[in-house]
Design a protein around this ligand. Structure first.
Ligand code: NAP
Length: 272
């Protein structure tokens, strides 16, 4: 028996990266899985891996930015399994560009997926998690939910907002004695396709951005999944992933707003 045996876990953005690694690790630990993604090909690959690990799995195409679809999906998952215990609001996208270069459409797109997708997933599943008597909301923010960097204003805004929303929810669940735990996750650089799949304003070199990310990302998605599940088992309020996340978190807390000078000077020198 593990902490996750027989529990029903929902993973958004399960077709790649952290979402896939979480799904496979949850399957290995005996969970039943509802996995979803906009990438049907990636989702089918994850479904096969999860089945090979012996899990009962329901796989669906879902765009988390479509609120009505997320609400219907939550009811569908609850009806299918009879209960929902965990939701991992993990789906996310990257976008690079200065505020002056970005259109409102660019900003909206990032907020719709990275912030509103998390809010919709949380709100849609919350009644089912409460009804389970043993629920857990796990929202994936980022180290970029702890400090800001140039060219990432939209992503920074979304990830700070996920952190604020999630930390408030955790306190409400405690005050209102709801049987739902809440964890906010802040990964450092994880070796996934997020930068390669990401978009940018015109004139920015996609391949350069992606290969710089590949050089900086040190932690595997499998390790990230292990750290997240250990944090969930311990009901941690905040989970940091990777030495980079720990070091940057400490640096930002020590320097206060002064971190901005160091980060912008690094960005200028590295051309990022
Ligand atoms: P990834 O490998 O790109 O996986 C994300 C998955 O989410 C992809 O399959 C993607 O599909 C899917 N997705 C995108 N938009 C969606 C939508 N609207 N609805 C449903 N699914 C959608 O990225 P990852 O690195 O594993 O990222 C997972 C989470 O971790 C994200 O929230 C990300 O912001 C966060 N994170 C990542 C890192 C890192 O270094 N990798 C660091 C901090 C935080 P497509 O491939 O079709 O876009």
């Amino acid at each position: 028996m593990t902490h996750f045996t027989n529990k029903v876990a929902v993973v958004t953005g399960a077709g790649s990266g952290i979402g896939r690694a979480l799904s496979v690790e949850l399957a290995r630990r005996g969970a039943r899985l509802a996995i979803c993604d906009v990438d049907t090909h990636g989702l089918a690959e994850t479904e096969a891996l999860v089945k090979a690990a012996g899990a009962d799995v329901k796989a669906d195409h879902l765009d988390v930015s479509q609120r009505e679809l997320v609400l219907a999906y939550a009811d569908d998952v609850a009806e299918h399994f009879g209960v929902v215990n965990l939701v991992f609001n993990n789906a996310g996208i990257a976008f690079t560009g200065n505020v002056e270069e970005m259109s409102f459409k660019d900003l909206d797109r990032v907020m719709d997926v990275d912030f509103w997708g998390v809010v919709s997933g949380t709100k849609a599943f919350l009644p089912h998690l409460v009804a389970s008597g043993d629920g857990h909301v796990v929202n994936i923010s980022s180290v970029f939910g702890l400090f800001s960097v140039p060219t990432q204003s939209a992503y920074n805004a979304a990830k700070f907002a996920v952190r604020g929303f999630t930390e408030s929810l955790r306190q409400e669940m405690i005050i209102n004695k709801r049987p739902v735990k809440v964890t906010c996750v802040h990964p450092g650089g994880i070796k996934t396709n997020i930068a390669r799949n990401g978009e940018q304003v015109e004139g920015r070199d996609h391949d350069k951005l992606a290969s710089s990310f590949d050089k900086m990302a040190r932690t595997t998605p499998e390790k990230a999944a292990e750290v997240i599940l250990a944090g969930v088992e311990k009901n941690k309020a905040r989970v940091l992933i990777g030495a980079d996340a720990w070091i940057l978190d400490k640096f930002v807390r020590l320097t206060g707003p002064g971190y901005q000078r160091a980060v912008s000077s690094f960005s200028r020198r590295s051309g990022l």
